[in-house]
Structures are given as structure tokens and as C-alpha cells.
Write a new protein. Structure first.
Length: 164
């Protein structure tokens, strides 16, 4: 196995790309995510992750940011956003850097959420599962919730009225 990429076996599970230089921490997150039914690919090399986006599009990306490499990680996020410009994949940031300006920086970079370590790992898996379920909801699912099959939208400037 390549020491720059670690994977958990795939069984049509949600695909998660995970970039983090902290291999010990990443192994714990990967184990938890495997138990929750995710297919996880852990990267420690930025270019390899960016190139992998041409082969397979993940459902979500997790980026671990540490103090020593903070600016390097944000440069990577800018490159990631450029690579996914026309087909963005939502991403989360996990970091021990928890000052408000650091969290704002992560959210302004486009992160869906910024989770400060230590955190309850089940929150991460729940957030990813909710995102995955929401993004994969089919149009037919709306009909299961009692929504009408055809909805007429009024023209701009008109008031919608229900016909009796």
C-alpha cells in the first residue's frame, strides 16, 4: 500500500476524501467512519488528492488544519476550490485552532463547517451522513412527504392564491 494514501474498503458507501498530516488522529477518524458505513480515502499529499478528483468525485472532503502548516493548508484549499470550480464538493475543516478569527477564515475559505478539536467524533459522522442524505435525496422522495406532483409557480409580481 502506498504510504501517502490509506483507504477503507468500499461497498457503495458514501465516499469521503480526508486530508490530514496527523496520521494517528486520522486513523481514529477513519476507523470511526468505517464503522458508520463510509468509504474513506486518507491523503497526506495534496497533489495526489487533487489528481484523484479527476478519477473519482467524493461526496465530501475533510481537511485537517494544524498550526505548523496553517498557511500551506489554506493555499491547498484555494487550489482545491479552483479544481472543483464547476462541480464543487462540500468540505469540512477539523482543527485544534479554535479562535474566532481562525474559524472565520476556514468558513470564508468555503468550508461547510469548522470543527474544533477535541470534539465528539460522532458529530462529524452525523453531519456528513446528513449532508450525504440531503444531497442524494431524489425528486420522488418529495412525493413521499405528501408534496404535490405538480406545483404552479405564479409569475413575478403576482400573489399566489389557492383556487377553491
Amino acid at each position: 500500500m502506498n504510504n501517502k494514501v490509506t483507504t477503507v474498503e468500499k461497498n457503495n458507501d458514501p465516499i469521503v476524501y480526508y486530508y490530514d498530516l496527523d496520521i494517528g488522529y486520522a486513523e481514529g477518524i477513519m476507523w470511526l467512519m468505517k464503522m458508520e458505513g463510509f468509504y474513506v480515502v486518507h491523503f497526506i499529499e495534496q497533489d495526489l488528492m487533487l489528481d484523484s478528483l479527476y478519477v473519482e468525485r467524493p461526496d465530501v472532503i475533510i481537511i485537517g488544519i494544524d498550526r505548523m502548516h496553517e498557511e500551506e493548508h489554506y493555499k491547498f484549499i484555494r487550489r482545491l476550490n479552483m479544481r472543483m470550480e464547476h462541480n464543487p464538493t462540500p468540505f469540512y475543516i477539523i482543527s485544534a485552532l479554535g479562535y474566532p478569527d481562525q474559524i472565520n477564515k476556514g468558513l470564508l475559505a468555503g468550508a461547510l463547517d469548522y470543527m474544533v478539536k477535541p470534539f465528539n467524533s460522532s458529530f462529524l459522522t452525523l453531519k456528513i451522513r446528513n449532508l450525504y442524505n440531503h444531497s442524494n435525496r431524489k425528486k420522488s422522495d418529495w412525493n413521499l412527504m405528501g408534496m404535490p406532483e405538480k406545483v404552479t409557480i405564479p409569475k413575478p409580481g403576482r400573489v399566489a392564491k389557492k383556487k377553491i
